[in-house]
Write a new protein. Sequence first.
Length: 454
Amino acid sequence: FASDFCMHAPPEKSRPRLVTALIETFGFSPWLASIVALFLVFLTGAALVWLWFSAPPSVITLTSGPEGSSFQRNAEAYRDRLAKRGVTLKIIPSGGSTDNLKRLQSGEAGVDIGFVQSGLVGENPPPGLFSLGSVANQPLWIYYRNATPITRLAELAGKRIGVGAPGSGTHSLATLLLGMNGITGAPTTFVEHDAEAAAKELLKGTLDAVFLMGDSAPLATLRAMLAAPDLRLFNFAQADAYVRRHTFLKKIELPQGAFDVGKNLPAQNVTLIGPAVELIARKGFNSAVSDLLLSEAKEVHGKGSILRKPGEFPAPNDGEYPISDDAQRFYKSGLGFTYTIVDNFWVASLINRVLVAIVPLLLVLIPAIRFLPIAYRWSVQVRIYRCYRPLLRLETDAQVPMDQERVRELKARLDEIEHDVNKLKVPASFAYQFYALQGHVAFVRNRLNAAGAT
């Protein structure tokens, strides 16, 4: 590419094929072709590294709740459905929502996601946690023994009350509601048994009331308590006041006969209150697994029941935790296009990641590769045109009669122009223009020589 006019060109250097292809295709100089080639190799390597590290995990860990609780049952339903898609869900039982929240905050046992009822953190959610949406409303069940129905929680003052085991959502909500009614301790006795133990104590008569929630109480226990002839289910006559005082609480209607139409259990409509249950994930939870999990959650929670309407959950309800960007996208658009047309999760994930990595790369590289040759050719042409400008001025100056001193002066200027021309380095694709420039320099020199001889 150098403009040395040797009779024999030096042998071509051995260059990588990509560099050679860029030189031959676009007319790049060797150094520019090498830089572009290195840049392309770097981008390709970065894309491959991203593809590797962005692959969804094959195992995720969920912190659930006590054995037999609604949290545990839902976790097992997730596990069975995810297994069919090639993802293993590891379930770690817990004491309930409070335990789950602590595990998610600390990352204990590699926990990725968990069920957490609202109302545990107030207006200051812990950093690094995001909600994938609400999956259910969790009613609070209060069973008590009394000759006549009671209508206010304040009437439980002075009694022995099972408030749930420490670490459960039941315990947090029970102490909150009792505190609102001025019940914080003696003469009232708080018994911190788990749900099954508390239910047995109530049935035996050693407790006067128990607070139960699905995060810690098996469904069989809730049914058994409702069927007990000497127990009553508390009806929240003041439900509107509670939900307005604490916006994380929801008003829930339990229809008459919902549990057993034949036995008419319950015997009348019952108003309950309770928090929403959110599926909480740690920061960095894989987006592809988030989509898959929510699509399965729609199957698990989307069906109607005695406490929810069909399609009501999961939902991106405004709660204490910010909704993750991936979850917001899912609720707006559903599963990505590749996941809907490719049944295999791993193949669809690979295709999706390749598209995410390659398409933006091509959108950047194709215009860049098309623009670079134009810019480079323009820069070479500018260098050639710069040599023509003084040559044209010199030729114009040589059009008038000249003495020998003037001829020698113009020849000195021409020598400088020729020196600059010989220093030019241009690609082979510009050889024609380069040699034409040298020919024009020789043409002007001949005219000066003729003028000098005259």
